[in-house]
Design a binder for this molecule. Structure first.
Ligand code: GRF
Length: 213
């Protein structure tokens, strides 16, 4: 059975969606560990509730970004994962880390990339007045919030939306698209050619809210 490692920094709602899908058989994988760079991340408790190995290293205990990433690489390598999943991991990774796991490192970003990279994406979307917003699962490349797009989920932006209301709507679709992307990966359905991801057999690589995977 293929193995995944999930990296988090906080709340862990995407983590929970992934672990629930593992438990109910949607995802056929062993979660080898959940690793957090925040010792008090709520997601660590979620991992424990699901009986998953929960590891934390506080990046503040390390001299530099490099030494932290070296420790992270060594820990992940020992777990021998087929896929490394960033699920709200709020830390920039070194080029060395990204190169080491290239092709098996994926992230979820709360916007329809390439629109609104970086932080405060819901605020950015409201400030621009876009009418559709959403989330993107992508392979991680050295440039932040770039990298080949695996799947996107769209939600409407409604009159009266606040960043919080919009974030909740986007989160619902995040949970669906992240599970779907991981499933395709585990089932060897993902093809990457010239920076473009396709799925074999062909399947829609976009979701709209309320559509289930
Ligand atoms: C999500 O919005 C994700 O897209 C972003 O960070 C947030 C993490 O939320 N990268 P959670 O910890 O999964 O609840």
């Amino acid at each position: 059975m293929k193995r995944i490692v999930i990296l988090i920094s906080g709340r862990g709602s995407n983590l929970k969606a992934i672990l629930q899908s593992t438990k109910n058989g949607t995802l056929n994988t062993e979660v080898a560990a959940v690793i957090s760079n925040q010792k008090n991340a709520q997601g660590l408790d979620i991992a424990k509730e699901f009986g998953v190995n929960a590891i934390s290293f506080d990046h503040k205990d390390f001299e530099s970004r490099q030494t932290f990433d070296h420790q992270l690489i060594a820990t992940i390598d020992e777990l021998k994962p087929d896929l490394v999943v960033l699920a709200g991991f709020m830390r920039l990774l070194t080029d060395e880390f990204v190169e080491h796991f290239e092709g098996k490192l994926i992230n979820i970003h709360p916007s329809l990339l390439p629109s609104f990279p970086g932080l405060k994406t819901h605020e950015q979307a409201l400030a621009k007045g876009v009418k559709w917003h959403g989330a993107t699962v992508h392979f991680v490349s050295k440039e932040m919030d770039e990298g080949p797009i695996i799947v996107q989920g769209v939600v409407p932006v409604l009159p009266g939306d606040t960043p919080e209301l919009l974030a909740d709507r986007v989160l619902e679709i995040e949970h669906q698209i992240y599970v779907q992307a991981i499933k395709w990966y585990l089932d060897d359905q993902i093809r990457l050619e010239k920076g473009i991801v396709s799925v074999i057999p062909t399947a829609p690589q976009f979701f709209a809210i309320n559509e289930k995977s």
